[in-house]
Every structure is written in structure tokens, then in C-alpha cells.
Design a protein around this ligand. Structure first.
Ligand code: ACO
Length: 342
């Protein structure tokens, strides 16, 4: 049984098109002042023809290159997305085909914005349970612009598109054993009672010839009234986030047996700067340690954590040997956190 795993490489991809707050103010009743003061968002990247799978493949390819492993050595690919291009094949299978990771088993996971944390938790358990070398590729790829009603100012200004990826292994890239006990721990949870706070309809059922036309339409489980578009109860989500994120961080610290002071940085889901600052205050974390790129990316759902992680590694702020917590919350409701040694 291994006790260690390591992030060998990371990658990310943002669509070329950048849309700033002023551009929104030209098409809906909003302002740069409202958006920045309430959310911390100045601009975001939106797909302009790029598919979710394309961003996933780009981020994955960069992460595999950075990891210095051959694609054939990857055992598992998980793609987290609530905005896939196809219901089948899974985006993970597309990533496998495009990257040449021919030996990997593949699946997609949808836990809204917590997807990356849930995938990390699952991968960590595989890595630690395997006596053999095991390498996992996690990709989080989202095109929220597909789900957002651009006439609804309460939601459309919040979201952006992009993808992030990590390669994790229980071996060094050259196959040698890792130093023991690098693994810390993770915690994931859900509260289905808040399912109605953030809803998106999967698809309308296809008509079949045996349907009784006189049968009344079934009422929507959540009273979702915005068709294919996302619907969000912002204040309820805000309240949940400012409680769930600190709770997840405290749980993971407790499980891992490490003190908050040992944490170099927290890489959180980028939903709203005010949420991040409130969460830091609640647990007594130095706000400088709560990393944020939301000003430039908006909320890219499950992709936001690995995008931020990749950018901070490339900027040199996150360095080898540092202790990190990644934490997220999202629709479902779902939440979670992982502690690791980078
Ligand atoms: N521009 C200008 N005015 C706006 C805008 C906008 N873009 N959006 C809303 N308003 C108006 C509202 O219409 C309302 O006006 P009214 O009082 O005349 O009706 C007023 O601003 C206040 O609206 P609130 O919804 O109360 O604004 P609030 O301060 O709560 O901020 C926000 C809204 C930013 C959405 C906040 O509630 C929030 O961040 N919630 C959490 C959202 C979140 O984290 N979502 C993602 C989680 S899940 C996932 O990531 C997939």
C-alpha cells in the first residue's frame, strides 16, 4: 500500500475571446462598478466556437507534457464537467483518444463546481490503494456560456469558460518511488436539500409515439422555469458557500492532522471574491493565502480550481514542498476540500 502521491504536472486553457464588464454594460442593464464591487470579476473568457472537449484536450496535453510522462502510462482519466458537448461518448473518452492515453479507463463526473475536488478525492484513493505504479489525469472543462441566459443580468456576468488539468501519480515521472507520507487527506460532502438553489435542465425528453397526450405535464422538481438556462438563488448560494467552504477546510485539516498555520495557500473555487474573503475571515486565514484569479476568469465552475492552480504554479507563487488546500462548493449542493503537499 502506498502512502504518497504527487501532482506531476498541470495545464490550463482559456478561450481567446475576453469579455470585460463594460462590454456587458452595453448589452444589459449592469455596470462595471456593480459587477466588480459585488463579485470581484472584471473580465472572463468565453468560447467563440471552441468546444468543451477541445479545451479539455489542450489543458490535458499541457499537463501531460509538464508531468514528463508518456500518455500510455496514464491509468485513469476523469473529466469533470456540467457542460459536455456529448452525452456520449464521455469527454474523458475523447481526451483519451486525442492524447493517446490508450491504457486509461475513462469517465465523466458532474458535481457542478465541486467536480474537480470530487475527482481529486477519487483519484487519491486509487493512487493510495495501488501497490503498482498508478497515474491519473483529471481534467475539468466547462463552457458555462452554453448554459447562461445572456439577458439575465443576475447570472450572465458571473460565469466564464475554460479548462484545467492535473496529472497525479504514486510514482515520480521516472517511475521511482516517492518519499513516503506525502499524502494528506480529503473530505467531500453534499446537501441535497439545497438542490433548488442552483438548477439547470439536462434536456427535454424526446417525444415517443406511445405518450398519452392527455396526461398532464409533470411539475418540475425544483420549479425550474428558465428552460435550458441556469437558474440560481444567489443569496442562498452565498450563505451556503460562506459556511460550507470554511467547514470543508476545517474538516480536512482535522482529518489530515495539520494546523491551519502549516498551510501555504488555499486554492478555492472562484465564485465570488467576497465569498473567498468571508471564508478566510471565518477560519482565521491570512487573506493573502486565499488565492484568487476571479478578476480575470469569472466563475468557470469545476475548472476554476485547476486553472488557478496552474496559473499560480507558472507564476512561481506555488512552489514544490508547499502545503496546499484546494476547496470548492457548488450546485447539488456539493462541497469539499483536499490537503496536499505540492
Ligand atoms: N448588474 C446590476 N444589478 C444587478 C445585477 C447586475 N449584474 N445582478 C443583480 N442586480 C440587482 C438585482 O436585480 C437586485 O436589484 P433589486 O434590488 O432592484 O431587485 C440587486 O442587484 C441586488 O441583487 P442581489 O441578488 O440581492 O445581489 P447580491 O448582493 O446578493 O449579489 C450575487 C448577487 C453576486 C449573485 C451574490 O448573491 C453571489 O455571489 N451569490 C453566490 C453566487 C455563487 O457563488 N454562484 C455560484 C455557485 S455554484 C457554481 O459555481 C456553478
Amino acid at each position: 500500500m502506498n502512502t504518497s502521491y504527487k501532482i506531476l504536472g498541470t495545464g490550463s486553457c482559456l478561450p481567446e475571446l475576453t469579455v470585460d464588464n463594460e462590454m456587458y454594460a452595453k448589452v444589459i442593464d449592469t455596470s462595471d462598478e456593480w459587477i466588480t464591487s459585488r463579485t470581484g470579476i472584471s473580465r472572463r473568457h468565453l468560447c467563440d466556437g471552441e468546444a468543451t472537449w477541445e479545451m479539455a484536450v489542450k489543458a490535458a496535453s499541457i499537463a501531460i507534457g509538464e508531468a514528463g510522462v508518456s500518455a500510455e502510462t496514464i491509468n485513469m482519466i476523469v473529466v469533470t464537467t456540467l457542460t459536455p458537448d456529448y452525452t456520449t461518448p464521455s469527454t474523458a473518452c475523447i481526451v483519451q483518444e486525442r492524447t493517446g492515453a490508450v491504457n486509461a479507463f475513462c469517465f465523466d463526473l458532474n458535481a457542478a463546481c465541486t467536480g474537480f475536488i470530487q475527482a481529486f478525492d477519487i483519484a487519491m484513493h486509487y493512487l493510495c490503494a495501488s501497490a503498482e505504479p498508478f497515474t491519473a489525469l483529471i481534467v475539468a472543462a466547462e463552457s458555462l456560456s452554453k448554459l447562461v441566459d445572456f439577458s439575465d443580468r443576475r447570472t450572465c456576468v458571473l460565469f466564464g469558460d475554460g479548462a484545467g488539468a492535473v496529472v497525479l501519480s504514486n510514482r515520480e515521472a521516472d517511475g521511482s518511488l516517492l518519499a513516503p507520507d506525502l499524502v494528506y487527506d480529503s473530505f467531500i460532502g453534499a446537501d441535497g436539500t439545497g438542490g433548488g438553489y442552483m438548477t439547470g435542465k439536462a434536456f427535454e425528453p424526446a417525444e415517443h409515439p406511445f405518450r398519452d397526450a392527455d396526461k398532464p405535464e409533470r411539475e418540475d422538481l425544483f420549479g425550474h422555469e428558465t428552460g435550458i438556462y441556469l437558474s440560481m438563488k444567489g443569496q442562498e448560494v452565498y450563505r451556503f458557500a460562506t459556511t460550507a467552504m470554511p467547514m470543508a477546510i476545517e474538516k480536512v485539516l482535522e482529518r489530515a492532522g495539520i494546523a491551519l498555520e502549516k498551510i501555504d495557500y488555499v486554492v478555492p473555487h472562484q465564485a465570488n471574491d467576497r465569498i473567498l474573503q468571508a471564508a478566510a475571515k471565518r477560519i482565521g486565514l491570512d487573506p493573502e493565502k486565499m488565492l484568487s484569479n476571479i478578476a480575470e476568469t469569472g466563475n468557470t465552475s469545476s475548472a476554476s480550481i485547476p486553472i488557478c492552480l496552474d496559473q499560480e504554479i507558472r507564476s512561481g507563487r506555488i512552489k514544490r514542498g508547499q502545503t496546499l488546500i484546494m476547496t470548492g462548493f457548488g450546485g447539488g449542493l456539493t462541497y469539499g476540500a483536499c490537503a496536499l503537499n505540492y
